[in-house]
Ligand binder design. Structure first.
Ligand code: PMT
Length: 425
């Protein structure tokens, strides 16, 4: 009889972890030999991966191997002056959207369950902001031991995700549960942790980027928006299970993976037409684009010559796209953004009311802040009050925003169905 266990074949669809930062913690077990392949799988799925090793792990695989496959130096010491001067251990833990410990030995599980912080792996798990998942790997008797069972229960009740283990023949010759899952399956399950399902079955339309309003064939009016925030929100909405239509002004970004439809436009008028064409079955509209409020009254057919000492440009108002959407008879849940250089809260509050929005996301902007791929902050304002999202990366803010608006959307729908709410209206 063939004793070789069979495992389901997992192929990770490309880019299921786009823009995700994964900190892979490798602890000292024989299964560590599979972890370089896991790094490769995670990177193939679109993640940026940094590796952290315990001393025991270095007995099985060299840091050089992980450095080669991850493309980054490997972290191992808690109190390493050189490493702390680069990305310190707290910063490293906070950098990660997902801390993934694979393999997680019985000793590592015990230490994490106790909340220890006396080596880099344990400290990073304790200081993390994102998700923590562990892929146990140990001898079957250790796995079955009540002490390990108790540690697993403690970790699960602390919100830690346990991936596996698998069942089969073990390096020590035993047969049973305790094998680390195969790298492709771990990568697949890691990606699934981001699939929240909060907007499952919904059609979400998002505007992103600047608009460009032509003055003549070579010049135009535009602004500093790069499209990063809108594209990150599109990705977060896809992860939440939505069908996403992204209407973008001119940006240098590649189409986000798994977005249903990307419409590239140039002007505010084109953006408005594209948005309105998708309104009939739209459930949520998120206006992230920095739309030009005015456009030249006429785009001249020939390049303006430098003859006159002075030149006046006649501008006319552009339609307010988000206000038009909010005024539709069957309106979607409507979210606006407010980019403010001063009086963030007051100006955003005024726009929430004036445009008739369900929610507004206020963000501070200036020549060096708010635009592009740097960190920023958001202040969400709606009828419930204020909900600040402190300084963070745009992908992470995007996920927090989508999570918040999905909850508000469900509450709004529930209260519309509640017969008591009819009396309140
Ligand atoms: O693209 P990035 O570099 O990542 O930068 C992101 C961002 C700073 C552009 C983004 O976070 C942001 O704040 N977008 C809104 C910018 C803006 O134009 O704000 P506003 O206060 O001028 O407009 C308020 C709201 O009305 C916005 O939702 C806007 O999309 C919408 N609007 C404005 C004018 C118009 N004619 N039609 C609109 O729909």
């Amino acid at each position: 009889m063939d004793a070789t266990p069979t495992f389901p074949q997992y192929t990770v669809p490309m880019a299921l972890l786009p823009n995700k930062r994964v900190l892979l913690g490798v602890s000292g077990g024989i299964a560590a030999y599979k972890s370089p392949d896991l790094v490769r799988r995670l990177r193939e799925a679109g993640a940026e991966v940094r590796v952290l090793m315990t001393r025991a792990a270095m007995e099985f695989v060299t840091p050089l191997t992980f450095q080669a496959v991850s493309g980054h130096p490997v972290y191992s010491e808690l109190l390493d002056e050189k490493a702390e001067a680069g990305m310190g251990h707290i910063e490293l833990a906070r950098w990660a959207d997902l801390v993934l410990v694979a393999p997680a030995t019985a000793d590592t599980l015990a230490r994490l369950a106790q909340g220890r912080a006396d080596d880099l792996l344990a400290a990073a798990c304790l200081a993390r902001r994102g998700i923590l998942a562990v892929a146990p790997a140990m001898n079957q008797a250790m796995w079955e031991n009540p002490a390990t069972r108790g540690n697993l229960r403690a970790l699960e009740s602390a919100g830690v995700t346990i991936l596996g283990p698998g069942h089969g023949s073990q390096a020590c010759g035993d047969e049973g549960a305790g094998r680390m899952l195969e790298p492709a399956e771990i990568a697949q399950r890691a990606a699934a942790l981001f699939e929240t399902g909060g907007l499952a079955g919904r059609h979400v339309v998002i505007t992103a980027g600047p608009t460009f309003e032509p003055i003549d064939p070579v010049r135009g009016l535009t602004n500093r928006s790069s499209g990063t925030m809108g594209f990150a929100i599109a990705e977060a909405a896809v992860e939440a299970g939505a069908r996403v239509t992204l209407v973008s002004g001119p940006v240098a970004l590649a189409a986000p993976q798994r977005v249903d439809c990307l419409v590239r436009v140039e002007t505010a008028m084109q953006m408005r037409d594209a948005v309105m064409a998708h309104m009939p079955d739209c459930d949520v509209f998120i206006a992230v684009a920095a739309v030009a409020d005015y456009r030249p009254a006429r785009a001249l057919p020939r390049k303006i010559k430098k003859d006159a000492e002075q030149l006046s440009l006649e501008l006319v108002r552009n339609p307010d796209i988000v206000a038009e959407v909010a005024a539709l008879p069957r309106r979607p849940f409507t979210v606006g953004f407010a980019a403010e250089t001063d009086q963030l809260e007051q100006n955003a509050q005024a726009k929430l009311v004036a445009k008739g929005l369900d929610l507004i996301c206020a963000n501070p902007v200036g020549p060096d802040t708010g635009f592009g791929d740097g960190a920023t902050s958001l202040l969400l304002i709606d009828a419930q009050g204020q909900h600040p999202l402190p300084l963070d990366s745009k992908p992470r803010l995007a996920r927090a925003l989508v999570d918040y608006l999905a909850r508000r959307l469900h509450e709004k729908e529930d209260s519309a169905q509640d017969p008591r709410s009819a009396h309140r209206q």
